[in-house]
Design a protein around this ligand. Sequence first.
Ligand code: GRF
Length: 216
Amino acid sequence: MSGARKRVAILVSGRGSNMAALIDAAAESDYPAEIVAVISNRPGAGALDIASRAGVPTTVIDHKAFGSREAFDAALDAELTRIAPDVVCFAGFMRLLTPGFIDRWEGRMLNIHPALLPSFKGLDTHARALAAGVRLHGCTVHLVTAEMDAGPIVAQAAVPVLDDDDEDALSARVLAAEHRLYPRALAMWARGEARLEDGRVRVAEEPEPSSPLVWP
Ligand code: GRF
């Protein structure tokens, strides 16, 4: 992707702190993407207020109003088709989507996951990282594919796990990293500096190989 600012729709279900980080980043004039819509599957999501205050149009598609996954996904597909985004960013969007929906939007959907994939797919990532005794934990921005949390990885950020960490302390540290990583990964994707090639993400310019992140 390159050229004009890319149109981005954000899908949310909850408090929306990653969505807010993307909206803030896109407020900069040189950011390569604009946030054109926020869609929530939960009417009470805190994200909706934040988006409205930032002047971003919001839509609620309440999954409880639909009799099947297919019916919800068809409504989501119709709304996204109307919005015509170049990129759909999942930001705490807590719905599994049907293969038909994924097929239509694959290659255009990014997600942020609160772990260093492929470790700790799914829920409760911080508790499981603590239980496993890993020394480094973090977050991953990846393309969304039919298999949950398994799509090609765009970018990752690592944080140390401290001896006295509990779930709250660790999740706060990872969340701060998420807020840095997601806007950066979206910018690279929107500029075409990260792109899919043979099922893997390639980056235009690799960083200088430097010392490993060693902890402790
Ligand atoms: C984040 O930790 C994200 O990685 C995960 O769900 C959480 C959403 O938080 N997918 P927020 O709604 O962005 O604050």
